[in-house]
Ligand binder design. Structure first.
Ligand SMILES: Cc1cc2nc3c(=O)[nH]c(=O)nc-3n(C[C@H](O)[C@H](O)[C@H](O)COP(=O)(O)OP(=O)(O)OC[C@H]3O[C@@H](n4cnc5c(N)ncnc54)[C@H](O)[C@@H]3O)c2cc1C
Length: 423
């Protein structure tokens, strides 16, 4: 790979493929295309992202609480793109001109540089979304980056120090409270990690871990709606055994002075509040003049091309791809981002070689959610799996991704680092 200044790119390159976003989808796309293309295809690959690393979001459950090095979830471009014919522009996408086939990159509100493309791949991901709940945005920690994981660690530590010195047990319980809102996979994984890492600290400080009050709030009647019911029940029981109060069926109404108020007047002490209640596509995407659905995800056809824009592919969380099998828009999952990106890379090569395109078929072979570091639930090839096996399978998906975008060497190095972590 080579980091380049956008101004120095050949303004008239006939086969430039620009990929915006170096997350799961963007990295998979550039690596797949770089491996499969030949010199005769005449393709130049340019990756655009302001960051020199990928934030591997699905690995944040490993580092959310307690792990000394949350930076583990950063996958550096220099490690994964080494030796590949890929140019990287470390800048933000500011605007897209689908008619003129060029994009503008540069700092927000600052001077921009135009780069022309033959094909554009938008893989800009999603960001947390907040409903209009008073006090939520100001009080909540989101879980969307290594910085967020570090912020959560700091808040837990500070709250713990403040709480354990209190003499009154009731006051101590109020102070030693953590609330996670959102019973989807992210919320369950984060609350599981906290429920595993905090009790030993409380014990070490000479108190009873039952004084720690961890609550998971979900407005719907159950958690983990994407999983079969038996797996949801297993996950709930596991959380309850870990001391988590699972509060179902009541929506968060407001957050005030460290207290979360739910429908029906229930008040839950929440000096640390983690928001895992939803995400929407990067809001900038709707400003690029491409068709978006109500959540801001860009609408695409069966070839993953943006609606009405034959030169633009959209992949990953930013893409609203309707699965022809289920009739539903695919959920925001790394597994789908990776599949879509592989398909779009092949389709780009087909176009370069004048071959017909095949429609994208999303095939998912399994899904795993950790409930604490050593136990999980999920399914694979139509069968339910749980316990340590689900965790092993989840970690194997990480290793497969490291091999896919990096190398066996990188995967080996990261696997050893992962095994050396406390869990
Ligand atoms: C805590 C957590 C746990 C998760 N666990 C799982 C899991 O276990 N399994 C699973 O399948 N999925 C999981 N997911 C979901 C998964 O992480 C996402 O589906 C996946 O990250 C989507 O990949 P992406 O490439 O579309 O976006 P991302 O990985 O978010 O990458 C988007 C990239 O675009 C860049 N970008 C954004 N805007 C611009 C711009 N204007 N210009 C240039 N670059 C830009 C960003 O810097 C970023 O690098 C989890 C998500 C979270 C938050």
């Amino acid at each position: 790979m080579e980091a380049v200044d956008a101004r120095l790119l050949d303004p008239a390159h006939p086969r430039r493929v620009i990929v915006v976003g170096g997350g799961y989808a963007g990295l998979t796309f550039v690596v797949t295309l770089a491996h499969r293309m030949k010199a005769i295809d005449g393709i130049e690959i340019v990756l655009v992202d302001p960051r020199p690393y990928q934030q591997a979001l699905s690995e944040l459950d490993l580092v959310a609480a307690g792990t000394p090095r949350p930076q583990f979830a950063e996958l550096w471009h220099a490690d994964v793109l080494r030796g590949l014919r890929i140019k990287v522009v470390y800048d933000r996408l500011e605007s897209v001109s689908p008619q003129g086939c060029f994009i503008e990159v540069g700092p927000r509100g600052g001077p921009t540089v135009s780069i022309a493309y033959w094909r554009l791949v938008l893989a800009t991901g999603a960001i947390p979304s907040f409903p209009p709940v008073p006090g939520l945005r100001e009080s909540a920690i989101t879980m969307w980056s290594v910085d967020d994981a570090m912020r959560l660690q700091r808040s837990l530590e500070e709250q713990f120090r403040r709480g354990v010195i209190l003499c009154d047990p009731d006051e101590r319980m109020e102070a030693l409270a953590v609330t996670v809102v959102g019973g989807g996979a992210t919320g369950v994984e984060i609350v599981g990690t906290i429920a595993d890492s905090m009790p030993p600290l409380i014990r070490r400080a000479g108190h009873d871990p039952s004084e720690l009050k961890i609550t998971l709030i979900e407005g719907r009647p159950d958690i983990l709606y994407d999983l079969p019911e038996t797996q949801r029940v297993r996950a709930r029981r596991r959380l309850e055994r870990m001391g988590v109060v699972v509060q179902l069926g009541r929506k968060l109404e407001r957050v005030e002075a460290g207290v979360a108020y739910l429908e029906g007047g229930l008040a839950i002490s929440s000096p640390v509040l983690v928001w895992c209640g939803g995400a929407h596509a990067d809001p900038d995407a709707v400003e690029w003049g491409l068709s978006a659905d109500t959540s801001g995800r860009l609408i695409c056809d069966e070839n993953l091309k943006a609606h009405g824009c034959p030169e633009v592919y959209v992949v990953g969380d930013v893409a609203a791809f309707r699965d022809p099998g289920s009739g539903r828009i695919l959920p925001m999952l790394a597994q789908f981002a990776i599949r879509e990106a592989e398909h779009a890379a092949d389709a780009t090569l087909h176009e370069a070689r004048g071959l017909p395109l095949r429609p994208f078929v999303p095939n998912m072979h399994g899904e795993f959610v950790s409930v604490g570091p050593s136990w999980g639930v999920g399914w694979m090839f139509g069968r339910n799996v749980s316990g340590w096996f689900a965790i092993v399978m989840k970690r194997i998906t990480y290793v497969m991704y490291w091999v896919q975008v990096g190398s066996f060497r990188l995967a080996w190095k990261r696997t050893l680092q992962m095994l050396r972590m406390r869990h």
